[in-house]
Design a protein. Structure first.
Length: 42
């Protein structure tokens, strides 16, 4: 298989969690929750 830049990116990616100590603004959190609530399910 020919290795494309996208395939290389996906196959080599790693999850690194580094959290910011600043709390998320309530309005942003509520907007994310509303978007998730309205999203169609598969």
């Amino acid at each position: 298989m020919r290795e494309t830049p996208f395939f290389k990116l996906v196959s080599e990616r790693r999850s690194v969690r580094k959290y910011n100590p600043v709390p998320v603004e309530r309005e942003k959190l509520l907007a994310c929750l509303e978007a998730a609530r309205l999203a169609p399910s598969a």
